[in-house]
Design a protein around this ligand. Structure first.
Ligand code: NIG
Ligand code: FE
Length: 416
């Protein structure tokens, strides 16, 4: 503590076995560059006023005055705070009953077609009210933070009416999340007769003007049974005119034109890609659009894994995210996603780390200050409970996150 009893402005993490950070300064990182990690052994990190003031080897550490909190990093390694750029964490209730039905053979698409799936979470979310929803998000956010996520995006899309969509965006924003408007997630029951085109009209005319004041990006679920290419284009074009960045759920079950649309509209990302074939891989790899891969969702639904290796080898920029939601990925853990990337997607731990730090930060337009452990970046740091940082991906489902620092403050630690 400082002499006046206030929070000290400086935090020193010393004697770390390793500090690992994506190399360079540019974003997004693509192709072979995804493997480039700067590694400092026997290292320290000094944080000042919420930013990283210095990273270096212990022998270069200058004597510091008293007004510094020291953290003993022996036996630990440091990576940047993890960035989850694709979640649906703002939901009420759960879908454990449907989970059991799926275990007994029902498919995700069948449950959706029967009015379950996304629409059952819509019912729970509409009923929760703003305070109930904020409490649910806070619980989910605490899980994510303990797993090392210091920056998270979350989408609306469980309101599907004007008020609940806006409530979701407000709740996400007040929790410090990055809000994405996903009004076009499913057609709600009130529009079952009028149809998806009429719902898209409603979204653009009645919801977008206010959603654009709260959200940073718009997203559409482009899929058989959800929204088609023409509907997705209308929502995204209107959203772009309202100043929003664009995202797209695409190629999850079928290839319905998501990659060409994302490229045409200069979207930040196209997400899922479990069904992407070679034409899509080639197109995405030579574009500026980031492919966001969600292996926890593929695993949870027993779907094929996205073609991560082919994308990276073709020069694509990829990010990794959890897709945390109650239906297709009840999983808040980016370390588990890194383990899936290494074991199922054939990505190196280095590629996985870059994908869920700097590239995910780029998807959220924050790569200038998040996703790297370098001077001037936000002091968001994960201390991995091992002397080699690659345990982040190696320890499958393990308790691998020791301490989480966000904005230069210790937010969670295994040490009493
Ligand atoms: O990304 N595919 C569409 N949306 C989510 C699932 C949402 C849900 O099932 O509640 C996804 O997988
Ligand atoms: Fe999703």
């Amino acid at each position: 503590m400082s002499k006046n009893g206030e929070k000290p402005a400086r935090l020193l993490i010393r004697d770390l076995s390793q500090v690992a950070s994506p190399a360079g300064r540019s974003a997004p990182v693509r192709g072979a560059e995804l493997r480039a990690i700067d590694l400092v052994a026997d290292a320290y990190i000094l944080c000042e006023d919420g930013r990283i003031a210095d990273v270096g080897p212990m022998q270069e550490l200058w004597r510091l005055d008293d007004d510094v909190v020291e953290v003993d990093g022996r036996g630990l390694s440091a990576v940047p705070g993890l960035v989850d750029c694709h979640t649906h964490a703002c939901f009420a209730g759960d879908r454990v009953d449907e989970f059991s039905q799926r275990a007994a053979g029902a498919t995700y698409e069948e449950l959706h077609a029967r009015g379950g799936g996304i629409l059952s979470t819509v019912r729970a979310t509409r009923e929760a009210g703003e305070a109930g929803l904020a409490a649910a998000l806070s619980r989910h956010q605490a899980w994510m933070l303990r797993a090392g996520t210091t920056t998270f995006e979350a989408k609306s899309g469980y309101g599907l009416d004007r008020d609940t969509e806006l409530t979701q965006l407000r709740v996400i924003k007040s929790a410090g999340g990055v809000p994405t408007w996903l009004g076009a997630h499913a057609v709600p029951p009130e529009f079952a007769d009028a149809g998806a085109d009429a719902y898209v009209d409603f979204l653009i005319e009645d919801v977008l003007p206010d959603a654009a004041l709260l959200a940073e990006a718009a997203d559409v679920f482009l899929e058989r049974g959800a929204f088609d290419l023409a509907q997705a284009r209308r929502v995204l074009l209107a959203s772009r005119s309202s100043g929003l960045e664009l995202r797209l759920h695409g190629d999850q079950f079928t290839e319905a034109g998501a990659i060409p649309l994302a490229i045409e509209l200069n979207a930040r990302s196209v997400d899922h890609l479990e069904s992407t074939g070679s034409t899509g891989i080639d197109a995405l790899s030579s574009s500026a659009v980031v492919g966001v891969l969600l292996p926890a969702s593929a695993l949870f639904l027993g779907r094929p894994m996205p073609p991560a290796r082919a994308l990276v080898d073709a020069g694509a920029a990829i990010a990794l995210a959890t897709d945390f939601n109650p239906g297709s990925a009840y999983c808040e853990s980016l370390p588990l996603v890194c383990a899936l990337a290494a074991t199922q997607l054939r990505l190196a731990p280095e590629e996985a780390l870059t994908a869920c730090t700097v590239n995910a930060a780029h998807v959220l337009s924050r790569a200038d200050r998040k996703g790297r452990l370098a001077r001037g970046f936000d002091a968001d740091i994960v201390l991995v409970a091992a002397d080699d940082w690659r345990h982040l991906a190696y320890h499958l489902g393990g308790d691998v996150v020791h301490t989480v620092v966000r904005g230069g403050r210790i937010e969670s630690t295994a040490r009493a």
